[in-house]
Design a protein around this ligand. Structure first.
Ligand code: ZN
Length: 436
């Protein structure tokens, strides 16, 4: 497959772009990228912009079933309102939720999605499988997780006791789910939920298990001032100090949010190569604060973007998140705090680095052919000269085409492998079951 007459943003180390370029895809991978006319005529993209497919580094797909609840609450109140509802989830609901969330993300140019699932009601055993099936059917990559909570209310945690699992059950099930990983379309991550819902022992044993199985580690960290106070009160230290204590300040871990980090802690993340999933829309929605992304990037930290669950960011749209990351960085640190191409890099290369996927995130020979095609002839880009800057600053409503491993997943702004309306109908039916 050869695609020509496009502005190709490679996101290679040098930041190379081909303003009138072409792309040659073979066997699901990028074979060559070049400027001018391709060696043999290909399909004309009529001046579209082509970027690497986006990588979402933090999500809770099941939360599409519980949007806009506790709409004015802080994190802890919001969680306490929703836990009892989430406790009723089953495989069928999860499947519908995953289809909805993954479809939304694909239509925003996202080819790889990390999902942090940590609600496992007793007796419900196929939740991760349901997500993986949804991703396979839509044609997108998924990094699914066997998350966990084992610190219930009666032991000083935030979640109700009914959602607190036993450590041995968590570890055994994580090992079972790890077999779903295929080294290509499906990745599995070990992901205990947060310092206020997981015991120290489970944090430590999760790390040991992940290292034995060669899996990445993920958790929520330093999201709100309430979490900071909880850690001071319970563990006598900051969330980052706690992370170090449980052996997680390491290159195989990444954390969501990291809003409340000191300068020294941001530097410690850089020194120890811990990754960060930056989720600006969710942090703003819950009034959690603004993560020090400039400081993290200057410290050499791997930073990717996450839309976070749709109960705290009702719009599962990675392009919207990219624009939000740019605006929020400038709001915090001034106009020089983030460049437009730097924001685009967070959504692509940055996300791939966070997931430790060096085969994704850029359009270079040998990389997997995950890329998004953005039309440039619509209303919102009129008058623009630098079309890449115009895309980032406007934030398109929908991708035109999305390819994953060379396979077309979105064409003309519509899903290739599924019917969007059918997904929406089924999703509403399952949401009604959850809320009954
Ligand atoms: Zn989250």
């Amino acid at each position: 497959m050869i695609l020509s007459n496009a502005w190709i943003v490679t996101m290679d180390d040098a930041g190379s772009e081909h303003e009138r370029g072409w792309l040659h895809v073979e066997d699901g991978r990028i074979a060559t990228v070049g400027s001018g006319d391709p060696p043999t005529p290909g399909e004309d993209l009529h001046g579209a912009v082509v970027t690497p497919g986006f990588v979402n580094t933090h999500h809770h797909l099941y939360q599409t079933l519980t949007r806009a609840r506790a709409a004015d609450a802080d994190l802890f109140t919001w969680l306490k309102t929703l836990y009892p509802i989430w406790a009723r989830i089953d495989d069928e609901m999860e499947y519908a939720a995953a289809r909805c969330g993954l479809a939304e993300l694909a239509l925003s140019g996202c080819s790889t999605v990390f999902d942090h699932h940590y609600v496992f009601p007793r007796g419900v055993t196929g939740l991760v499988e349901a997500e993986v099936r949804a991703a396979e059917e839509l044609g997108v990559r998924i990094a699914a997780s066997r998350g966990s909570m084992d610190l219930g209310e009666s032991d000083g945690g935030l979640p109700p006791d009914s959602l607190a699992e036993k450590i041995d059950d968590v570890l055994a099930d994580t090992e079972r789910v790890a077999a779903l990983a295929d080294g290509d379309r499906v990745q599995i991550v070990v992901a205990p939920c947060s310092p206020f819902s997981v015991t120290t022992r489970l944090m430590e044993e999760s790390a040991a298990l992940a290292r034995r199985l060669g899996l990445q580690l993920h958790t929520h960290l330093a999201e709100t001032v309430d979490e900071d106070a909880y850690c001071q009160e319970t563990y006598g230290c900051t969330p980052v100090e706690y992370l170090e204590r449980v052996g997680w300040l390491a290159e195989d871990a990444w954390c969501a949010h990291c809003v409340h980090l000191s300068q020294a802690e941001a530097e410690r993340f850089g020194t120890h190569d811990v990754g960060v999933a930056h989720c600006p829309a969710s942090n703003l929605r819950l009034g959690a604060g603004i993560a020090p992304v400039r400081a993290l990037l200057d410290a050499g930290v791997r930073v990717g973007l996450g839309v976070d669950g749709s109960a705290s960011n009702e719009r599962g749209d990675l392009f919207f998140e990219l624009k939000q990351a740019l605006l929020i960085a400038r709001g915090r640190g001034g106009p020089g705090a983030m460049g437009v191409r730097e924001a685009l890099r967070l959504a692509t290369r940055g996300g791939a680095a966070v997931l430790r996927r060096d085969d994704l995130g850029s359009l270079e020979p040998g990389k997997r052919a995950d890329f998004a095609v953005w039309r440039t002839d619509g209303l919102e880009l009129g008058g623009a000269e630098d079309l890449v800057a115009a895309l980032v600053l406007s934030g398109p409503h929908r991708v035109d085409r999305l390819f994953v491993g060379g396979d077309e997943v979105v064409r003309g702004g519509s899903l290739v492998n599924a019917d969007e309306q059918e997904i929406a109908r089924e999703h509403r039916k399952q949401a009604a079951r959850l809320w009954r």
